[in-house]
Design a protein around this ligand. Structure first.
Ligand SMILES: *Cc1c(COP(=O)(O)O)cnc(C)c1O
Length: 369
C-alpha cells in the first residue's frame, strides 16, 4: 500500500545526517530538534501552537484531558473511523456518541450531529477520513450554537485544506478548538516509528496540553495535574523536519495518483471513485472506491493473486465491535457505515508510485470487469 523504502532512498543523505546529528548529541529526549520541528509544523499549518507527542492516539487523549471532561460527558464522533477516535473517549470514562457518515464524503454527517446533542454533550470529533475535510463550516456552526468544543482528528488529512464559503482556507487540524495528527510511518507525514502532534490557537489551552503531555508539570517535579508521559523522540523530530520539507510535493504526488485512478476507473459501472467535495482539498491518505454488484472478497482475492495490495478501512463498524457495543444499538443502526464496511476498498496510493505500476493496476482491474 505504501513504498517507504523508495521514499527513504530518495532522501537518504538528508535523513541519515539528521539522525547522525541526534546520535552525536545523545539528546534523545526533548533535544532541540523537537522544538524546531514543532515550530516548522506551526508555520506549515498556520496553527498558533503545535505540541508534539508520542502518537496520534495520545494526541486525542491529551486534548480531551486538557479540555477537562468528566466521566459521563458525551463526545460525538463518526462511527466510520479508526478505533483510536472512540478508544480514548471510552478510556477516559467519557461516552462515545456515534453518528453516521455522509455516503459520498465518508465524513460525519452534520445533520445527524444535531439529533445527538444533549445537555451532556461536550465536544464533536470530526475525523477528516481518507484525507478529505469534514464539513467544518456546518460543524463550527453547530458547535457555536451549542457551546461545545471541536476536536479535529487530522491523522489522515495533514496538509488538506477546508475551503469556507467566503473562499478563505484553513488547514485541517487548525479549525476547531484543538486538532490532532499522527506521524505513524504510513501516514502522509510519517516518521520512522510512532509520533503525533496537537494543534491549537488557544494559548492557555496550549499550556495545559503541554503540561498534560509531560506528567502534568510545568516546572520539573512540580505536578499540578495528573498527566501522561507522551513525548516525540528527538530522532523522530529530526526525521520529520526533513520530511516536512517534502510534504507539499508528497501531497501533489498523491493527488496525481488519484487523478490517474479517477480517469482510468471512472468508466467501470461497478466502481464508484472517491467523491471530491467542493469545500475541501484532498490529501489522499487513502484512495477508497465503493464496489457495487460485485463480490468484494473475490475481487480482493483476484487483486492479491495479481500482486496488487488492497485494504478494507474499516471492515467492522465500531458499534458492532465487542469493546464498543452499546445496549440496544445493533445491526441497522448506522446504515451508511454498515454499507460502507461491506463495499469500500482502498487501492495502493503513495508518493513513489510510477506510471508503470499505475497502468498495471488499472489494466488488471479493468480486466476483471
Ligand atoms: C492513525 C490514526 C489515529 C491514531 O494514530 P496513531 O499514531 O497510530 O496512534 C487516530 N485517528 C485516525 C483517524 C487515524 O487514522
Amino acid at each position: 500500500m505504501v513504498d517507504l523504502h523508495t521514499q527513504y532512498a530518495r532522501i537518504k543523505p538528508e535523513i541519515d545526517a539528521a539522525i547522525q546529528a541526534v546520535l552525536d548529541s545523545t539528546a534523545f529526549i526533548q533535544g532541540p530538534q523537537v522544538a524546531t520541528f514543532a515550530q516548522e509544523l506551526a508555520q506549515f499549518t498556520g496553527a498558533k501552537h503545535v505540541i508534539p507527542c508520542a502518537n496520534g492516539t495520545d494526541a486525542l487523549q491529551i486534548a480531551m484531558m486538557a479540555l477537562g471532561y468528566k466521566p459521563g460527558d458525551e463526545i460525538i464522533l463518526p462511527v466510520h473511523t479508526y478505533v483510536a477516535t472512540a478508544e480514548v473517549i471510552a478510556l477516559l470514562g467519557l461516552t462515545p456518541v456515534f453518528v453516521d457518515v455522509d455516503p459520498q464524503t465518508f465524513n460525519i454527517d452534520p445533520e445527524q450531529i444535531i439529533e445527538k446533542i444533549t445537555p451532556r454533550t461536550k465536544a464533536i470529533v470530526p475525523v477528516h477520513l481518507y484525507g478529505q475535510c469534514a464539513n467544518m463550516e456546518a460543524i463550527l456552526k453547530i458547535a457555536d450554537e451549542h457551546n461545545i468544543h471541536i476536536i479535529e482528528d487530522a491523522a489522515q488529512s495533514l496538509s488538506a485544506e477546508f475551503i469556507f464559503s467566503d473562499g478563505s482556507r484553513k488547514k485541517s487540524g487548525t479549525i476547531g478548538t484543538v486538532g490532532t495528527t499522527s506521524f505513524f510511518p504510513s501516514k502522509n507525514l510519517g516518521c520512522y516509528g510512532d509520533g503525533g502532534a496537537i494543534f491549537t490557537n488557544d494559548s492557555a489551552l496550549a499550556e495545559k496540553i503541554t503540561m498534560m503531555a509531560n506528567h502534568g508539570q510545568k516546572v520539573k517535579y512540580h505536578h499540578e495535574v495528573i498527566g501522561v508521559n507522551s513525548r516525540l523522540d528527538t530522532l523522530q523530530a529530526a526525521i520529520l523536519s526533513v520530511k516536512l520539507k517534502y510534504l507539499n510535493e508528497y501531497t501533489a504526488k498523491r493527488n496525481d495518483v488519484a487523478g490517474y485512478y479517477d480517469k482510468n476507473l471512472a468508466g467501470i459501472k461497478q466502481i464508484t471513485i472517491p467523491y471530491r467535495a467542493s469545500n475541501s482539498t484532498h490529501a489522499f491518505h487513502q484512495y477508497t472506491i465503493k464496489l457495487d454488484g460485485v463480490d468484494r472478497d473475490e475481487f480482493k482475492l483476484y487483486l492479491d493473486k495479481c500482486q496488487i495490495p488492497s485494504m478494507i478501512y474499516y471492515p467492522v463498524p465500531l458499534y458492532l465491535q465487542k469493546a464498543y457495543k452499546q445496549p440496544g444499538v445493533d445491526r441497522g443502526a448506522f446504515p451508511v457505515t454498515e454499507k460502507l464496511s461491506k463495499t469500500v476498498l482502498s487501492l495502493p496510493i503513495h508518493t513513489e508510485m510510477n506510471a508503470e505500476q499505475l497502468e498495471y493496476i488499472c489494466t488488471i482491474i479493468r480486466k476483471y470487469f
